[in-house]
Write a protein that binds this ligand. Sequence first.
Ligand code: ZN
Length: 358
Amino acid sequence: MEILMTVSKFASICTMGANASALEKEIGPEQFPVNEHYFGLVNFGNTCYCNSVLQALYFCRPFREKVLAYKSQPRKKESLLTCLADLFHSIATQKKKVGVIPPKKFITRLRKENELFDNYMQQDAHEFLNYLLNTIADILQEERKQEKQNGRLPNGNIDNENNNSTPDPTWVHEIFQGTLTNETRCLTCETISSKDEDFLDLSVDVEQNTSITHCLRGFSNTETLCSEYKYYCEECRSKQEAHKRMKVKKLPMILALHLKRFKYMDQLHRYTKLSYRVVFPLELRLFNTSGDATNPDRIGPNRGHYIAIVKSHDFWLLFDDDIVEKIDAQAIEEFYGLTSDISKNSESGYILFYQSRD
Ligand SMILES: [Zn+2]
């Protein structure tokens, strides 16, 4: 089970690329995993939101394997996915075991494709993760569509199979997609109506001094719809009070949990960061789904800086742009957040990746 995480970190000490070989020494030649590479990524001006997500994804094994497999397919025209595949391939085929790589082509492409990221400002790592996964899924679906058309048109067959249906799931969906059920129970006639909704990541509200498990429980709390929020019941043919509940129906292979650490403060007219202490277990049991013990990794925002903490083989590694360090498992606790609301920046988990056990 891989545990991956990316976290935020404030005011990193400047230790520019000093310790790549120190890391290799620290792990030792016998312990260094075969075919594994620990490479830092150069920061191109506030691109740590991107670097931290890329590192987390690189250490999501199923994801990395699919991206590398894509690289070995016939050359396609440049897209965000080909740039990602080139980057992963370049890390995976390095002669050295540790070092630094500039993800220049990827960043250039990203800035070209989405104006949101076309600047030198800090961006939201969760937004970027979401954009990247959706873009890759779109590219794969478009390519499949093209292949189908190319395959069928010569025979004059009309492809009417998939015209109006939803596209087939891609490997992005196979890895990250889960399903939520929205259940609404009319309090008058007790009829339950439910609607499924797919997700690639889950966003949960955070509270002070809690745990991920607690936040997830809050996620599926029952909400009463009343007064002006009454629900239109098809059975009763009128607006009724109802109970609404969200449940996870199907967990993905890798669950990306986004902790909503940015909250809009009406008085301030801006978002502030919640450094709440939220404990996250290395093994997570979810939603009464027996046997679904899982593993985490994570991502976090802070004012200005993101880092990734990754479990690779038996090591915990901290990726801070071009710096890679080995850390102790106990050090993970430093990324839970703060117990008090003093206005101090802290390192706190922002996105956690949990991989389900088979
Ligand atoms: Zn009803």
